[in-house]
Design a protein around this ligand. Structure first.
Ligand SMILES: [Zn+2]
Length: 228
């Protein structure tokens, strides 16, 4: 987490030099206009590389260096599923309205072992963390998804779950993780053999998002609800 923020600070410094050069060449332009934000890549988790970004929402998509070609295809499919669901599209729309204050890096890892920080627990298939100071903008959020051997609909399920955390932080708790992230640390989903899910420890609005997403996912051709 600290590394991400250090990289962000480095990026600011790098751009400052460039701004000074430009200022020398165009003396009349106000400094405020010349300054550009730091390169987005500098914000993100080490050894992860940007492969796509949303034009409208502040989402950047990164694969860790150990992601295989087959996994990369599954990730693409999972992202497409999330975007095709009305529930997923609605979340992206909320993020788009917050583009000035928010940067979200969606990181995909082969396994949890590739995740370089100690803040994710071994049973997690995804993790979300606020990586910058919430006193300054932009707020940098690391969303991480650990593939293990999961199918595209389950990668989508985890990715969506983590985006709901971002939504909850952005709309309910002003990015303060201590004030709540949408569910208890011990929250659980029990899935019966018929894929009926029973939720425990979830904020009702968070749970509703997950349930709506499942209903949406079932309607997408080729996709189905993740039952694991
Ligand atoms: Zn969660």
């Amino acid at each position: 987490m600290a590394d991400g923020f250090t990289a962000y600070e480095k990026g600011l410094e790098g751009k400052h030099e460039q701004a000074k050069d430009k200022q020398a060449a165009t003396t009349k332009a106000p400094a405020k206009v010349i300054q550009t934000p730091p390169p987005q890549e500098d914000y993100w988790i080490p050894d992860c590389f940007v492969f796509a970004r949303d034009q409208t929402s502040p989402l950047v998509y990164l694969n860790h260096k150990n992601i295989t070609t087959t996994q990369a295809q599954d990730i693409q499919k999972a992202i497409a599923y999330v975007k095709q669901t009305p529930t997923g599209a609605a979340l992206l729309k909320v993020f788009a309205q917050k583009k000035a204050e928010l940067q979200i890096g969606a990181h995909f890892f082969s396994t949890l072992a590739d995740y370089p920080y100690g803040d994710a627990s071994p049973n997690e298939s995804g993790h979300t963390t606020v990586a910058s100071s919430i006193a300054a903008t932009p707020i940098i959020i690391f969303v991480s998804v650990f593939l293990a051997k999961r199918k595209p609909e389950c990668i989508a399920d985890t990715f969506f779950h983590e985006l709901v955390h971002v939504w909850f932080l952005a709309t309910r708790t002003k990015y303060n993780e201590v004030a709540g992230t949408g569910h208890d640390p011990s929250a659980s989903i029990t899935i019966d053999p018929n894929c009926k899910k029973t939720y425990a420890g979830y904020d009702p609005a968070f749970q509703q998002q997950l349930q709506n997403f499942d209903l949406d996912l079932a309607k997408i051709p080729g996709a189905k609800i993740c039952c694991e």
